[in-house]
Design a protein around this ligand. Structure first.
Ligand code: SAM
Length: 291
């Protein structure tokens, strides 16, 4: 077994913490949290609970999305003085739908070392238990809170061939699933992963058209924290496109950005823009895949 790790001076550690079950902390995270000079925490009270559970007592400072810009300088000063700092958020991996990116960018630009201490993240946790075989997935995070903006965003995601991972809060879960079904279609598969690693953990898969009924059948199912995984758009059936249309698309994709190539192909061939767009995404994916 590797020996206990001591934090290096002048280093910023990005420490993932449990998303529910406190025993999901890593040994390395405990090493670092128990020995850094300062812990920058999204909510110092939440982190105090975690630290208390592991009998760790460290100096803390608040770093959340409302003060991240202003706090960066303080952290950089600590690092310049040779102190080791750990960044944690309330749950999961910092920087994933959580503060951290601004701090990390600045700290690296100022020439200080940033070391990630990997651990839980709700998105990966949900994906690992969803039984989805797709090799590619798209992490979206939170959709906009306003209905209009959310539907516009979903319209833009409609033809993506990848499984999409969303985060959602309990007070918006019903309207979010309503919009998902409306904009992406009733037939798409959805996995609703709720309260992961906690007492009432629930992982349910169904078609989007049945999701609302399932949630409404028991109000307890609407409580807690949610990850939603929605299957990607069906790959277009190449038989739907004429050979000529496919040829035009391939040629244009060589020199033009995807959207432009699709629009021109649709105009020239008279074929459906949606089918051409899906086909273009598929061609692009094949091109990017390792040999
Ligand atoms: N940084 C975190 C991560 O790595 O997963 C995410 C932070 S984000 C502010 C919080 C959202 O993550 C919640 O609203 C929920 O969508 C999701 N989440 C966090 N913990 C969860 C859990 N135990 N079960 C399901 N979803 C969870």
């Amino acid at each position: 077994m590797q020996s206990k790790e001591l934090p290096a001076p002048g280093t910023l550690y990005i420490v993932a913490t449990p998303i529910g079950n406190l025993r999901d902390i890593t040994l390395r995270a405990l090493d670092i949290l128990s020995a850094v000079d300062v812990i920058a925490a999204e909510d110092t009270r939440t982190t105090a609970n975690l630290l208390r559970h592991y009998s760790i007592s460290r100096k803390m400072m608040a770093l959340h999305r409302h003060n991240e810009n202003a706090t960066v300088e303080k952290v950089v000063n600590l690092l310049s003085r040779g102190q080791a700092v750990a960044l944690v958020t309330d749950a999961g991996t910092p920087g994933i739908s959580d503060p951290g990116a601004i701090l990390v960018k600045q700290v690296r630009e100022q020439g200080h070392k940033v070391v990630p201490i990997p651990g839980p993240s709700a998105a990966v946790c949900a994906l690992s238990a969803a039984g989805i075989t797709t090799a590619q997935f798209l992490f979206y995070g939170f959709l906009p809170a306003s209905g209009g903006q959310r539907r516009r965003e979903l319209e833009a995601l409609k033809l993506q061939p990848y499984t999409i991972i969303f985060y959602e809060a309990p007070h918006r879960i019903l309207e979010c699933l309503t919009d998902l079904a409306k904009m992406l279609g009733d037939q798409r598969r959805v996995t609703i992963a709720r309260e992961l690693t906690k007492l009432f953990e629930t992982i349910h898969s169904c078609e989007l058209g049945d999701a609302l009924v399932w949630l409404q059948a028991d109000t307890n199912r609407q409580k807690g924290e949610f990850v939603l995984l929605v299957s990607g758009a069906e790959a277009p059936n190449p038989a739907e496109l004429t050979e000529q249309a496919q040829h035009i698309l391939k040629l244009l994709l060589r020199d033009l950005p995807l959207k432009h190539a699709v629009t021109l192909s649709a105009e020239i061939s008279g074929e459906s823009k949606n089918t051409l767009y899906s086909q273009a995404l598929l061609l692009q994916r094949e091109k990017n895949q390792p040999e």
